[in-house]
Design a protein around this ligand. Structure first.
Ligand code: AMP
Length: 593
């Protein structure tokens, strides 16, 4: 999606003259000048006796050791009205039990533990416990269909998977033959069958010892494996080290302004990177009370949470904000939101109107910020103590050097002049920079040129140093904040016996940002009618899950291809949107990374 903010005039929103509390970052330029990652390290404790750095220790155990064990770490609101609170001490003990359970199964450090479930307390306990056991954690989106689950569990060599009995029966059981390396499945609740390697949480985890000592952890050892999508090929496994927790601490304070008495709510699902870094790690590292809401989006439910829990800092996403905007400010009536003091948004372009609507509806603007799976943490942000230019993603985090660049003859050329479109690049390294793509060294190396990490996003910087998102340099789709690889969708469609070719693109959608649309050419003998269209939509939904499947399918006699036979998604898109085709017909789909 291309955005031209130069033509949009929105008055800037001045920083609060009297913020309701002193922000961690009081003056942007001064902080940038003074900041160093090595000094910021003092925000962390490290494992006792020089044992290195472990994310779960920083997120949980050290608060207990520092006398804050009684503070509520997680306040969970179940979708049927249940409530559960876990103090830092309770979370420490529960995650100890999970770490002990993994050891009792013979699971070794470095082995991969996948978590596939809705936002249940056990998800948080599993992630933290697996980190304590020095396993590599991969949260999977519970709304994924069987195909994305199987692809990721296979690529990531999942050794253990934690899920619910219902998801096991519905999505996982039939896949187990395809995943011979998956030795253990732990289900939260009673084991639904007697399948090999299937364990009930209560018998295995809840019965384990609450005492556990984290073994020395190399800060550079892998902690998280997140899957993200590229233009072609299978999903990319992004590896993050325990050292990334420093960026979670720093961004939690600077970009989200978290203080340890805050009540924080990140609406993202931990199946996506925001829901892990900012729905689990950063808030706990900053010692706040982290509100977890199991229910899916519903404006009244959300307003009820904000008011009822007295949320002070709220981190959400443009699609949800647009859905709330559609309902108007009247929907807020009767909700006491006086506790709310900071609102942030991430994941897709935040339209200037949404920033301004925040002020009308909540008395506060949404602070947009930018990052991606590979950067591990927020990199560009509208900080509380700076004016907002609605439509801008803000300025680089202190400690991060950003630039707008163009690649020329394989070298990075910095575009120093303001208002030039180019690729957003970040000077490597920083603590939460990905440490690799799983089994894809060459692809990883291609992301770095002349010491710069190339993000694959197009952006521009204005004369005051604010960054503006322009679009993606590649063909990936952002729908409702979820990054979707067209190839994964095309592959699922191609499995249907009627499909000869498929090309998948994102088309602009006023609420979702982009909507997934497929173009399909049929094999001879199949009738391009409504029944088949419906069948294909259903087929894709069943394989991929509703969040990834196309919402529209158009039939074509054939699809435009390059000489080497690649489907030209950009040409499909240009034709669909009535844009000039220009020299697109000579372009291969760009495979940046
Ligand atoms: P993911 O890796 O799934 O978190 O997706 C990262 C991508 O989402 C980025 O590379 C951008 O294309 C997009 N994105 C994230 N935050 C923003 C933002 N504030 N404005 C525009 N696009 C964003």
């Amino acid at each position: 999606m291309q955005h031209d903010h130069r033509t949009m005039e929105h008055p800037r929103i001045c920083k609060p003259t009297q913020p309701s509390r002193t922000p961690h970052l009081t003056d942007y330029d001064t902080t940038v000048a003074q900041f160093s990652w090595s000094e910021a390290q003092a925000q962390l404790d490290g494992l006792p006796a020089g044992g290195g750095l472990n994310m779960a220790h920083e997120a949980v155990d050290r608060h207990v050791m520092n006398g804050r064990g009684q503070q509520t770490a997680i306040r969970w609101l179940g979708k049927h009205g249940e409530r559960r609170a876990l103090s830092y001490t309770e979370l420490s003990r529960a995650s100890n039990q999970f770490a002990n359970a993994l050891e009792s199964l013979g699971v070794k450090p470095g082995e991969r533990v996948f978590v596939l479930m809705g936002r249940l307390p056990e998800l948080y306990v599993s992630v933290l416990g697996a980190l304590k056991a020095r396993c590599v954690v991969t949260p999977l989106f519970s709304a994924f269909g069987p195909e994305p689950i199987a692809t990721r569990a296979d690529l990531g060599d999942a050794r253990v998977l934690v899920t619910t009995p219902e998801l096991y029966q519905r999505k996982l059981r039939a896949l187990r033959e395809r995943l011979p390396g998956l030795r253990h499945v732990i289900v939260v609740g009673p084991a639904p069958t007697e399948d090999a390697g299937l364990h009930a949480w209560d018998a295995l985890v809840a019965a384990a010892s609450t005492q556990y000592t984290i073994a020395p952890t190399d800060p550079e050892s892998t902690a998280l494996l997140h899957f993200t999508s590229g233009t072609t090929g299978r999903p990319k496994g992004v590896l993050h080290a325990h050292a990334a927790v420093l960026a979670h601490a720093v961004t939690g304070r600077f970009a989200l302004d978290l203080h340890d008495d805050d009540v924080f709510w990140c609406t993202a699902d931990p199946g996506w990177v925001t829901g892990t870094s900012y729905g689990i790690l950063a808030p706990l590292v900053c010692g706040v009370t982290n509100v977890v809401v199991e229910a899916e989006f519903d404006a009244q439910t959300w307003y009820g949470v904000l008011a009822g829990e007295r949320v002070t800092v709220w981190y959400t996403a443009p699609t949800a904000i647009r859905m709330m905007m559609k309902l108007g400010t009247e929907a807020l009536r009767g909700h006491d939101l006086s506790a709310l003091r900071f609102m942030a948004s991430v994941g897709e372009p935040l339209n200037p109107e949404a920033v301004v609507w925040g002020v009308q509806a909540f008395g506060l603007p949404f602070h947009d910020n930018w990052w991606q799976t590979e950067t591990g943490g927020i990199m560009v942000s509208n900080f509380v103590s700076m004016d907002i230019k609605p439509g801008s993603m803000g300025k680089p985090l202190p400690g991060i050097t950003a630039a707008i660049v163009r690649l020329e003859d394989g070298r990075v050329h910095l575009l120093e002049e303001p208002d030039m479109d180019g690729e957003l690049a970040l000077k490597a390294p920083w603590p939460s920079m990905m440490r690799g793509y799983l089994n894809e060294d060459a692809r990883y190396r291609r992301c770095f040129v002349d010491g710069w990490y190339l993000t694959g996003d197009l952006a521009r910087r204005d004369a005051e140093g604010y960054y503006w998102f322009v679009g993606r340099a590649d063909d990936v789709i952002k729908s409702a904040g979820h990054l979707i690889g067209p190839f994964e969708v095309e592959s699922a469609l191609m499995e249907h016996p009627a499909v000869a070719e498929a090309g998948v693109i994102g088309i602009p959608d006023p609420v979702l940002g982009e909507m997934v649309k497929a173009f399909v050419a049929l094999k001879p003998g199949f009738d391009a009618g409504e029944p088949l269209r419906r069948e294909l939509l259903g087929h894709a939904r069943k394989r991929l899950g509703a969040a990834v499947a196309p919402r529209q399918i158009d039939f074509r006699d054939n699809l435009p291809k390059t000489r080497s036979g690649k489907i030209m998604r950009r040409l499909l898109k240009a034709r669909e949107l009535g844009l000039p085709e220009g020299d697109l017909s000579t372009l291969e789909s760009d495979e940046k990374k």
